[in-house]
Design a protein around this ligand. Structure first.
Ligand code: DX5
Ligand code: ZN
Length: 212
């Protein structure tokens, strides 16, 4: 099965975000990965729902919104209304993961959960029926351009077995390059987030093609 590529606009030019989103759309992105950071759950700050809403008219592609914020539940409705298609919360940032996932689905959006590198895959075991996507962090969240943490491969393989034939996508985020995509896909990931690997040169099309 071909992998999906989700360029992270964290590595885009923030002064020209709309243009950058149109460029990765034209270059063959499957999802637009939007990293939301709050300076509390992670040591960096990025965008809020108003930015997601402003970007919405620039593409029809899936908005894959990765919320690195705590608390997260009070903001889920705003991100849904802003035009997010997939809303992913961190297991470490909600006390009530089951409720957070139910809330996302009740708003008609796909529900994702993200796991930090040190978080075991077992935290999703009892919410599999409420999940559309599992985002495995292969770096500690907060910044682009970090190195892939190899233990993510074992976690992906374990999740693949746990998921069985349920329609849940496994997405990997952090340090994805043309050199390691082969082993990541072989472990069982279907969606690859890439920030620096896509935006490192102006030829986004060939950077995405190299990953695929
Ligand atoms: C990190 C973000 C990632 C980041 C990936 O907290 O969640 O999406 O942008 O960047 P690269 O691909 O450069 O590691
Ligand atoms: Zn991300």
């Amino acid at each position: 099965m071909p992998v999906k590529i989700a360029p992270s606009i964290l590595s885009a030019d923030f002064a020209r975000l709309g243009e950058e989103v149109r460029a990765i759309d034209a270059a063959g992105a499957d999802y637009i990965h939007i990293d939301v950071m709050d300076g509390h759950f992670v040591p960096n700050l990025t965008f809020g729902p108003l930015v997601v809403k402003a970007l919405r008219p620039h593409t029809a592609k899936v908005f894959d919104v990765h919320l690195m914020i705590e608390p997260v539940e009070p903001y889920i409705a705003a991100f849904a209304e802003a035009g997010s298609d997939i809303i992913t919360v961190h297991a470490e940032a909600t006390r009530h993961l089951d409720r957070s996932l139910q809330l996302i689905r009740s708003l008609g959006r796909k529900a994702g959960v993200s796991l930090n590198p040190a978080t075991p895959e077992s935290v999703v075991e009892y919410v599999l029926d409420k999940l559309d996507l599992i985002l495995v962090m292969s770096v500690n969240p907060g910044f682009g351009g970090q190195s892939f943490i190899p233990s993510a491969l074992d976690k992906i393989a374990r999740l693949r077995r746990m998921i069985g034939d349920r329609p849940i996508e496994i997405e990997v985020d952090g340090g994805v390059t043309a050199e390691n995509v082969g082993e990541i896909a072989a472990a069982g990931a279907q969606v690859l987030v890439a920030g620096s690997a896509v935006f490192r040169t102006p030829d986004y099309r060939s950077n995405i093609a190299a990953l695929r």
